[in-house]
Design a protein around this ligand. Structure first.
Ligand SMILES: NC(=O)C1=CN([C@@H]2O[C@H](COP(=O)(O)OP(=O)(O)OC[C@H]3O[C@@H](n4cnc5c(N)ncnc54)[C@H](OP(=O)(O)O)[C@@H]3O)[C@@H](O)[C@H]2O)C=CC1
Ligand SMILES: O=C1O[C@H](COP(=O)(O)O)[C@@H](O)[C@H](O)[C@H]1O
Length: 487
């Protein structure tokens, strides 16, 4: 059951991912009930689904069969009256398709509706089913720690923690899932993965896209709640966690929670020393003029909402004490790129290059998207007579090796949820701890008007983001092409 079935997420991510699972025969027996306010017939809804999975509209019997399993129920989730009809439709689907009462409720809607829907699902009997029941909810889970607690208590009236799947689609990305395999399946990395050998770690998730038509949501969230509280902190947790004692949901989650508990809280007085915010101005993207954020639809011309965040995180435990984790994310930046750069400490002295500062540190780069893979930058002998070193690199391109398009993140997570595997979903403890970290920052920023915009569209963000590293003696490794020779 998809609540918000006429929305952007359903159209762009959920229907195509379900179709891919259907093609791989990983869906088994299924039916989908789409729920939203606008009135649609089943046929109109099925046509929307076909359009989403097959934009060119070519005749395709497999897609017809897939779409025939989709049914629509027009319903305002705040209206108590119509859940009973929804329950009757669900029961009808159970018997028609032999679903044994197994139900997944996917809330592809704004967070303010999550509590209402969960309470009605219970009150109106939709959770009274002989099969499994699972609730999938999108980020951001709440607006801050207090609202997240209220939301969690509402949801817990209808679902137990192990029935709640808080989706963070970055955890479904192939190369994000690869972080722990790279770390824990190789003897060469784990001994070096600590403050004795690593100088700093940089996590970038930059986007070329602007806020698009999501201004109403984004004005309230900003980059801090939209990306940092979830995706960015989740990647930091995977990079910093201790090896789990076994690869079970509980063990992996408990190690991630330990990272969040070791995150050094940012004192109010330190927020602007360690965190930088930006808002994109007008500029050029692929030679096209684009407007400033505060000229976008549903955005206030006086908006104080950040579309960019850079920050320095410290993790106070024996493994990471003293190692800065730099994160940056933003909209309308120079490239769409999510990359992790692990910069190792310099060698104690450089035997091969006499000029000062010529040392090229070893880097391990994990390319999350759009290219997927790993690059190890190290130094080798420069060819010819000289006995100088030169930077070289070893690369592994994920797509090149498997020859397959790695499954879309949502496809993997939907399949995990169908199988009851919650490993790559966020647990309440992670959500609570990441909100408490982020709330300190938003509390300061919301009370200080920033002079926005402060970076041009098509750049890598405000200058202050570079100064954040410069004051520690570092710089952002360029995400476009990490060629150490040009740095
Ligand atoms: N879009 C994206 O790329 C991503 C979105 N998300 C999250 O997913 C969620 C949905 O996002 P998105 O699809 O972009 O949002 P949209 O605004 O595009 O869609 C919202 C959906 O909710 C329905 N809806 C709104 N109010 C009600 C109501 N009272 N009763 C019933 N249905 C209602 C709308 O249909 P109607 O108006 O017909 O009722 C529509 O189907 C958000 O929480 C967002 O943060 C997370 C990651 C990425
Ligand atoms: O959760 C979100 O993520 C997208 C970026 O996802 P990606 O898979 O394309 O990196 C972001 O655009 C959106 O604002 C945010 O809500």
């Amino acid at each position: 059951m998809i609540f918000g079935a006429t929305g952007d997420l359903a159209k762009r991510k959920l229907f195509p991912s379900l179709y891919n699972l259907f093609k791989k025969e990983q869906l088994g027996r299924f039916a989908v009930i789409g729920v939203a306010r606008r009135t649609l017939t089943n046929e109109e809804f099925q046509n929307n689904v076909k359009q989403s999975v097959n934009p060119d509209g070519a005749e395709n019997s497999e897609i017809d069969e897939f779409a025939s399993r989709f049914y629509y129920h027009s319903h305002d989730v705040t209206d108590s009256n119509s859940y009973a009809a929804l329950n009757r439709l669900a029961t009808e689907m159970d018997s028609h398709y032999g679903l044994k009462g197994n139900r997944i409720f996917y809330l592809a809607m704004a967070p303010e509706f999550f509590g209402t829907i969960a309470e009605h699902l219970k009150l109106d009997g939709l959770t009274e089913t002989q099969g499994f029941k699972r609730l999938v909810i999108e980020k951001p889970f709440g607006h801050d720690l207090d609202s997240a607690k209220v939301l969690n208590n509402q949801i817990r009236t209808a679902f137990s923690e192990d029935e709640i799947y808080r989706i963070d689609h970055y955890l479904g990305k192939e190369m994000v899932q690869n972080i722990e395999v790279i770390r824990f399946a190789n003897a060469i990395f784990e001994p070096l993965w600590n403050n004795r050998f690593i100088s700093n770690i940089q996590v970038t998730s930059s986007e070329v896209l602007g806020v698009e038509e999501r201004g109403r949501y984004y004005e309230k969230s900003g980059a801090l709640r939209d990306m940092v509280q979830n995706h960015m902190l989740q990647m930091v947790a995977l990079l910093a966690m201790e090896p789990p004692i076994r690869l079970t949901t509980d063990e992996v989650r408990s190690e991630k929670v330990r990272v969040f508990r070791a995150l050094r809280p940012i004192k109010d007085s330190d927020v602007n020393q360690y965190f930088v915010r930006g808002q994109y101005g007008k500029g050029k993207i692929q030679d096209l003029e684009v407007p400033a954020y505060n000229q976008e639809e549903m955005v206030s011309p006086e908006s104080n909402t950040e579309t960019f965040v850079a920050g320095r995180l410290m993790i106070d435990n024996f493994r990471w004490a003293g190692v800065p984790f730099y994160i940056r994310t933003g909209k309308r930046m120079a490239a769409k790129s999510t990359k992790i750069v692990v910069q190792f400490k310099d060698i104690p002295m450089d035997l091969y290059n006499k000029q000062e500062g010529s040392v090229n540190p070893n880097l391990l780069v994990i390319h999350i998207q759009p290219e997927e893979g790993i690059t190890l930058y190290f130094n080798a002998k420069r060819s010819g007579q000289s006995l100088n070193s030169t930077p070289v690199k070893l690369s592994y391109a994920n797509k090149g090796i498997d020859g397959l398009n790695t499954p879309e993140a949502y496809e993997k997570l939907l399949y995990d949820c169908l199988r009851g595997d919650a490993t790559n979903f966020t647990h309440w403890d992670e959500v609570a701890l990441s909100w408490s970290f982020v709330d300190n920052i938003s509390a300061v920023w919301e009370n200080e008007k920033e002079s926005f915009p402060n970076y041009e569209s098509g750049t890598m963000g405000p200058k202050a983001a570079d100064e954040l590293l410069e004051k520690d003696g570092f710089f952002w490794w360029p995400v476009t092409d990490l060629d150490v020779e040009t740095c």
